[in-house]
Design a binder for this molecule. Structure first.
Ligand code: VGL
Length: 216
């Protein structure tokens, strides 16, 4: 989007969405996204353009109802629970390495963290709500508003699921939303491309990297 100019730094937040080891090749048995661990320098660079930095994390239970089994393999539809849509490989279990931030991210850097998917019968994607119907806030939107933030720079994992949904929730809440493409990786090429198009159609500003953003 040309003609866009970044506001003053005190109106800008950086959002690290699910930048957890579970979504990187460090955890091959969970939900590794190719090059998922390569986003760290870009997340750190975009944070330098913001006055505050927040994060979200999948914080799952080992007893979650959406965990895939032989009977219900990964990515099969799951019926009967309003806040579950698919079975997924077990991932981001609290207390395991997969739950932790990717190496190179400072856990102390975040002014706020949204921990989501704690309940066994809920598997939200967006970081702003605990449910799939966008009813039960995680507090992320309220936190950003309370701090006078108008513009949110986003990156994280995965582009086609949690990043997409978080970005759309922030846009719906009225923020100017910037997606740093170099700070994200997707699970599959086709769904990642579709996600980028969906974000663009919703009015999200897509930028190639933090260096390009710095010039805006
Ligand atoms: C995610 C699939 C399942 C994500 C989380 O963070 O993008 N994707 N759970």
């Amino acid at each position: 989007m040309f003609n866009y100019r970044l506001p003053a730094k005190n109106f800008i937040a950086a959002f690290d969405i699910d930048a957890q080891k579970t979504f990187t090749p460090v955890c091959p048995d969970e939900l590794p996204v190719a090059e998922g661990d390569k986003i760290v320098p870009e997340l750190n660079a975009q944070a330098k353009l913001a006055c505050l930095r927040i994060a979200s994390r999948d914080a799952h239970s080992p007893y979650a109802k959406w965990i895939a089994t032989e009977e219900h393999p990964c990515l099969t539809p799951l019926a009967g629970y309003p806040d579950l849509d698919l079975y997924w490989t077990k991932h981001a279990i609290v207390g395991t390495p997969g739950f932790e931030f990717i190496d190179g991210l400072d856990p102390e850097a975040y002014a706020f963290q949204s921990l989501k998917g704690i309940e066994p019968d809920k598997h939200p994607y967006g970081a702003c709500y605990h449910d799939l119907g966008n009813k039960y806030s995680t507090g992320a939107i309220e936190f950003l508003r309370q701090h006078g933030i108008t513009t949110v720079i986003c990156g994280g994992l995965a582009t086609d699921y949690c990043v997409l949904n978080t970005v759309l929730q922030l846009k719906d809440a009225g923020f100017t939303v910037i997606l740093n493409e170099a700070a994200c990786r997707g699970i599959a090429p086709d769904t990642t491309q579709a996600a980028l198009e969906k974000m663009k159609a919703a009015g999200v500003i897509l930028v190639k990297n933090a260096a390009a953003l710095k010039k805006m």
